[in-house]
Design a protein around this ligand. Structure first.
Ligand code: KIV
Ligand code: ZN
Length: 385
């Protein structure tokens, strides 16, 4: 039996913090509805104290969507929590996400405080938030650089205070997978009341480890993952939802399942990219333009013989209609034949060899070989037949 893995999407909060990606309320509602349709469990809709616009967006998203839990971020500050609670008044299911820095760096330089005071503030924030909602998530900011003893202590105390979810962010994207998974195992082993809360991952991608760290966290026992569409987010971004969901789907050995309707992934990715004016890199896993494009002769021949030779997932499972065989100077005869067949030009033997030679000469000069180029290469054979 698989456990449920809760998908917490923070595209509209951590993702939207990226310069140039800001959305207005109407656009946020469009994204929130797409996330609901995709099957996301929790939508982090904003940081209501940060601006009147963000407050309004959380309110309007709460009205517009029904199934997902709507989450509002706050610092461990009374006014933040009160404003977050107010912004959630129309939510069918509302969650306050509150927290404080827990690494030595954050405690000393950012908060200019000491460990006991941090625990006191974390506990007070959770208690206050519980006066407004039953569902309170505590984030231990910069947990990726925290000391194990201190992290275990504060997590135990906030769960006693009523936290239903405990979020262990690798805020600076510093951890390696073994280290990040180690934090989650340590909490599972050392915090006596840990089973009263769900452990959440929240990873940043500064070293390109966000997905690997998130999966390591899940393997160690986390049952919520905080992710964004296309991995957008501060600096190098957050964990990408599509990568985590498909890694879990492809590896039956990870004993969890998500409620994501995976064929809707690609459409949601395009929508977010367009509204946020944030292009997706062509080689981005799952949703990049080249994710299912085969361009070298050996791979093309292999994939044409049997898709699974070079594809670990069916493109349809993520909403991409089909894989593509791209014609380049590295393409082989099988790829050329595949394209010619699709144009209704069936060449074999010597004829195919001749056209292939001409094709290579052209492909060395021209990056994109399209229909028109092919038709002019095979013109002679088409008119002769
Ligand atoms: O990266 C982080 O620590 C965060 C928290 C506010 C959850 O985004
Ligand atoms: Zn973050």
């Amino acid at each position: 039996m698989s456990d449920k893995l809760w998908i917490f999407d923070t595209t509209l909060r951590d993702g939207e913090q990226v310069p140039g990606c800001q959305l207005n309320t109407q656009e946020k509602i469009i994204v929130a509805k797409a996330l609901e349709d995709l099957g996301v469990d929790i939508i982090e809709a904003g940081f209501p104290i940060s601006s009147p616009g963000d407050f309004k967006s959380v309110e309007e998203i709460s009205k517009a969507v029904s199934n997902p839990i709507i989450c509002a971020l706050s610092r461990a500050v009374q006014k933040d929590i009160e404003v977050a609670a107010d912004s959630l008044k129309y939510a069918k299911k509302g969650r306050i996400h509150t927290g404080i820095g827990v690494s030595p760096e954050h405690i000393k330089y950012k908060l200019r405080s000491d460990p006991d005071e941090i625990i006191r503030r974390g506990v007070a924030a959770v208690k206050l938030a519980r006066n407004f909602v039953d569902d309170v998530e505590f984030y231990a900011e910069d947990a990726g650089r925290a000391e194990h003893d201190f992290l275990a202590k504060i997590i135990e105390e906030v769960i006693k205070a009523g936290a239903t979810v405990v979020n262990i962010p690798d805020t600076t994207g510093y951890c390696l997978p073994e280290q990040y998974g180690g934090f989650i195992s340590m909490l599972k082993n050392r915090v006596p009341n840990i089973d009263k809360a769900i452990i959440s991952t929240h990873c940043h991608n500064d070293l390109g480890m966000a997905t690997a760290n998130t999966i390591a966290g899940v393997q160690a026992g986390a049952r919520q993952v905080e992710v964004t569409i296309n991995g957008i987010g501060e600096r190098a971004g957050n964990t990408s939802m599509e990568e985590v969901v498909m890694a879990i789907k492809c590896h039956g050995s990870i004993p969890v399942e998500t409620s994501i309707d995976t064929p809707k992934i690609y459409g949601t990715s395009r929508l977010v990219s367009k509204l946020m004016n944030m292009p997706v890199q062509p080689n981005k896993a799952i949703v990049g333009r080249n994710a299912f494009a085969h361009s070298s002769g050996i791979h093309q021949d292999g994939v044409l013989k049997h898709r699974e030779n070079y594809e670990i997932m069916d493109p349809k499972d993520v909403g991409v209609a089909e894989s593509s065989i791209v014609l380049t100077a590295r393409s082989g005869r099988a790829a050329l034949k595949h394209h010619l067949d699709a144009l209704g030009v069936e060449l074999e033997g010597e004829e195919l060899r001749e056209v292939y030679e001409q094709f290579l000469l052209l492909a060395d000069k021209k990056r994109d070989i399209g229909r028109k180029d092919l038709m002019s290469l095979v013109g002679k054979y088409v008119s002769d037949s």
